[in-house]
Design a protein around this ligand. Structure first.
Ligand code: CA2
Length: 146
């Protein structure tokens, strides 16, 4: 059975491609899901992509990954900058964790420069647009095979 990569997205990312295209581009989360699945299939990996606006639901999903997933790719969105709960949940997961930000958080407001999640992440990709998700899939493949 193929290994599963779970791709988790935090608040407001359901609006990707529908609002603020100057910051986040015009691709939707559905197209991100398709791109990631295509890249993952070349490595014989499976992907699932989920989005929630509810922090507790995100914590539940991260906990569930301990039984279902070989790796987590996460764009925690605003919770990157606020949530110890999501950091704690990720710390219960043993596989690779890659943090993705569509925008370059370091070139934006100072409150976006710090991410609690980065303390747990095996890698952080920021400012590569939605391509960052597919790059994260490639990185997960490397981490799972070396
Ligand atoms: O650059 C990123 O991926 C962020 O994680 C996006 C978050 C922001 O709070 C982080 O600082 C950086 C915001 C996600 C909101 O997504 C939207 C997408 C389209 C339209 C409106 C919001």
């Amino acid at each position: 059975m193929s290994k599963l990569i779970t791709i988790l997205n935090g608040p407001n990312l359901n609006l990707l491609g529908l609002r603020q295209p100057e910051v986040y581009g015009t691709d939707t989360l559905d197209s991100v899901a398709r791109d990631c699945a295509a890249v993952a299939s070349t490595f014989e990996l499976d992907t699932e992509l989920k989005q929630t606006n509810h922090e507790g639901e995100m914590v539940d999903w991260i906990q569930a990954c301990r039984n279902t997933s070989a790796a987590i790719i996460i764009n925690p969105a605003a919770w990157s900058h606020t949530s110890v709960a999501i950091l704690d949940a990720l710390n219960t997961f043993e596989g690779p964790v890659i943090e993705v930000h569509i925008s370059n958080i370091h070139a934006r407001e100072s409150f976006r420069h710090h991410s609690f999640v980065s303390a747990r992440a095996n890698g952080v990709i920021a400012g590569c647009g939605v391509q960052g998700y597919a790059l994260a899939v490639q990185r997960v493949h490397t981490l799972l095979t070396t």
